[in-house]
Design a protein around this ligand. Sequence first.
Ligand code: FES
Length: 170
Amino acid sequence: MSRIPLPYNPKVMDLFRNPKNLGKMEDATVIAVAGNPACGDMITFYLKINEQTQIIEKAQFESYGCAANIATSSIVTEMIKGLTLEATWDSITWQKVTEEIGGLPSVKFHCGVLAVGALKRAIRKYFDDRGSEPAWMPKENTFEEKQALEEEELAKTLSKRVKPEEEKSP
Ligand code: FES
């Protein structure tokens, strides 16, 4: 059965084919993962942060998600370069990223949400590791962080449900 291709705009397709800042960062200050390897939708964000100024000097990602996830992650790494952690936290939302990329099919909104969830998780982890949450960071998870958690929970539940069936097959 052939599938109908999703209506991605040319910018998304270009970033999917030629993603910027893709790959592992060896000297990252902080690394965060979102998604679940069991379902394949997994993203890792690497940030190199200047400890004095809290400016993001470099951002890279690895993604096993779809075209929308790769394209949104790529554009996020470009948008945050040179910003402080606070400015990044305040200005980067999944809506902003989706807009920047020229829009996504609605069934793919969650892929951009996952990318921003990974980024926000990385920033939160940076401060958690140092035991010093800044006043501007909300205690409660943002929408994107909550969505990433929900996807992870869902993937865990589904993989538990699928396993007994797999075990039954010869
Ligand atoms: S990242 Fe899972 S469908 Fe896009």
